[in-house]
Design a protein. Structure first.
Length: 205
């Protein structure tokens, strides 16, 4: 049996509400109480939203009459990566231990390899892509834009508290991956890409 890189979760969840957050505060992994408006809480809350959007993408891919099993597997890995990112953000640096889940340069390399693989046969773009053409394309673009928001909030947290910079790097690369995956899916399904045409705006003549 392969040695596990990180320890398995050891907690149990048996009660949904605890009322401990009714005061507007929540606890970090190390036990520190902070306001729910704290930028650190904001950061991993945004990542939680992104994880939900990724889940929608996965379920939508399962409904399509095309074998997207590799992409579904990649997105499932991303969901776990995002939870690991949330662990980093929910833990002050002094409380991080070697056995706690985290993101490493290896995880970024996996994304870069998958970006290169998916991008190698895509046509060259001559304009910006507009979301749409299919529901899954729009969902993948939604994931991309939510990921960019996660990145912006994490950048703000980095400026304030000097979190591990790899959080920002991973989110930056992940948003690129969502963009390429949206194009890859469109090409696989023979869907035309919607591209920006400034002369088709509402005020164009």
């Amino acid at each position: 049996m392969a040695t596990k890189k990180y320890k398995d979760p050891t907690f149990t969840i048996s009660k949904v509400y605890t009322k401990t957050g009714d005061s507007g505060k929540t606890s970090l992994v190390g036990g520190q109480k902070v306001l729910k408006s704290n930028v650190r809480i904001h950061a991993y809350g945004e990542i939680d939203e992104l994880n939900s959007v990724v889940g929608i993408c996965i379920e939508e891919l399962k409904l399509i009459d095309y074998n997207f099993s590799d992409l579904i597997e990649s997105l499932s890995k991303v969901q776990n990566d995002l939870f690991n990112l949330g662990t980093i953000l929910a833990t002050e640096p002094a409380d991080m231990t070697s056995s706690m889940p985290r993101i490493t340069q290896d995880d970024i390399q996996v994304l870069e390899d998958e970006i290169d693989l998916s991008n190698q046969n895509l046509p060259i773009l001559h304009s910006f892509v507009l979301p749409g053409g299919s529901k899954i394309n729009a969902f993948l673009h939604l994931a991309r834009t939510v990921c960019r928001r996660c990145e912006r909030v994490s950048c703000g947290l980095y400026e304030q508290e000097k979190i591990d910079k790899i959080v920002v790097s991973y989110l930056n690369r992940l948003s690129d991956a969502f963009f390429v995956w949206s194009r890859f899916v469109a090409k696989s399904l023979n869907h035309d890409e919607n591209t920006w045409n400034p002369n088709k705006g509402s005020s164009a003549k």
